[in-house]
Design a protein around this ligand. Sequence first.
Ligand code: CUA
Length: 155
Amino acid sequence: MHIHRLEKIWLAIGIAMLFVFLGVIGVGAFAMGMQPPTGHHTIDPEKVSETYPFNNPGLEQVGENEYNAYMIAYAFGFNPAKMEVPLGATVHFQVTSPDVVHGFQITGTTVNLMAVPGEVNHYTYRFDKPGEYLVLCNEYCGAGHEFMATTIIVK
Ligand code: CUA
């Protein structure tokens, strides 16, 4: 009898925590939606997949072994899901999110961006070592957070 009640209490606490968490996300998303546009680094988070250049995510060559990489971090994955980069390429990453804040960290490099709804964050990196680079989300973003990963293959 006592154990049964205790289980119920823990279940109630668990559910309450879930609602608090969802509330925080909801308020956060609402607050971000209220931000006024501040120039060329903003994007409508609800129209990411229709907005150039994120309507065609991935690599775009902009020079001799120089590329822009348009990346969307979403709940719960990355678009493109896989990317190949030529060895020695300089890559200008542009990262955004259509939903909540995610991370965009490429292990073994200095690339560590936040993917923020409504914003486009930039970072430039040159891939001088061949191999498979794991891309991870390092901002807790919900139930599928630990499954957010992709690979960049440099060869
Ligand atoms: Cu996306 Cu954690």
